[in-house]
Each structure stands twice: as structure tokens, then as C-alpha cells.
Write a protein that binds this ligand. Structure first.
Ligand SMILES: [Zn+2]
Length: 72
């Protein structure tokens, strides 16, 4: 899955977003529609926990409690 990191030039917010195809991305804080895309930092320790929503969606497997690394 393509997870990209964005930086909002308007409010300075850094956030990660799952992006499918050409779907639009906007800043979750100020709704700026032109965030700067950064290179994906997927796998970098700590960054996935910052978002919360990304972490929960990635660990929603029914067979495990905290991580899917043991059941996949
Ligand atoms: Zn913003």
C-alpha cells in the first residue's frame, strides 16, 4: 500500500496518508489542498504511531491483538 508523507506549507503540519490512484490529499489540520509530498517513510520506527488511524487500520486483523506480524 502506498503510504506517503506530506508536509503542509500553510500550517506546518506533517502527516501521513494512504493514497490510492489520483485521490486528492488535504491537510487534516487546516484543509490545505496543496500539501507537499515527501518520500515515503514507511517502516521508519515511530512514525506510524504518530497518526493513530494508520496504525489501527494496519493492525485490524481479527487473529491478533497488536500486530499482524505474527499471523501473516
Ligand atoms: Zn495545514
Amino acid at each position: 500500500m502506498p503510504i506517503y508523507e506530506y508536509h503542509c506549507p500553510r500550517c506546518g503540519e506533517d502527516f501521513e496518508k494512504l493514497v490510492y490512484g489520483g485521490s486528492a490529499v488535504e491537510c487534516p489540520k487546516c484543509q490545505c489542498a496543496k500539501p507537499e509530498k515527501k518520500m515515503s517513510a514507511f517502516g521508519m520506527s515511530g512514525t506510524s504511531e504518530k497518526g493513530g488511524s494508520l496504525a489501527s487500520s494496519g493492525s485490524s486483523c481479527a487473529g491478533c491483538t497488536s500486530s499482524c506480524s505474527t499471523c501473516h
